[in-house]
Design a protein around this ligand. Structure first.
Ligand SMILES: [Zn+2]
Length: 115
């Protein structure tokens, strides 16, 4: 489960930010997880729960996850479909299977609240 190491990396980043701001507690973290970036949201949340319970700084941290929309463009007819969830199976217009996604492949730390 590589989500665990992603959460570890996130915590390292947050500790750095907290040190810069003289903060000792992280109240909330907003992550943007692209639906095609390869991260399983449930696993990420699970990893976050496990690891945050082990550190005072992250004990009551709220994890907010935002899933951005992805635009899929049909390679055959150019029809575009926007989806924030599952990848469409085929083009709604011409049934072509090959759709090119744009966006949605990033894992981004969007907002952090500290005190
Ligand atoms: Zn099409």
């Amino acid at each position: 489960m590589h989500e665990m190491s992603l959460v570890q990396g996130l915590f390292e980043q947050l500790k750095g930010l907290a040190a810069e701001n003289n903060s000792t507690k992280v109240l909330s973290v907003t992550m943007e997880i692209g639906p095609i970036c390869g991260v399983v949201v449930d696993s990420f949340q699970f990893g976050f729960e496990i690891l945050s319970s082990q550190e005072e700084m992250f004990k009551n941290t709220e994890l907010i996850i935002e899933i951005p929309e992805v635009t899929y463009t049909c390679t055959s007819c150019g029809h575009q479909e926007v989806s924030a969830g599952e990848r469409p199976d085929a083009c709604a217009k011409c049934d072509e299977f090959f759709l090119t996604p744009s966006g949605g492949d990033d894992l981004i730390l969007k907002r952090v609240e500290m005190e």
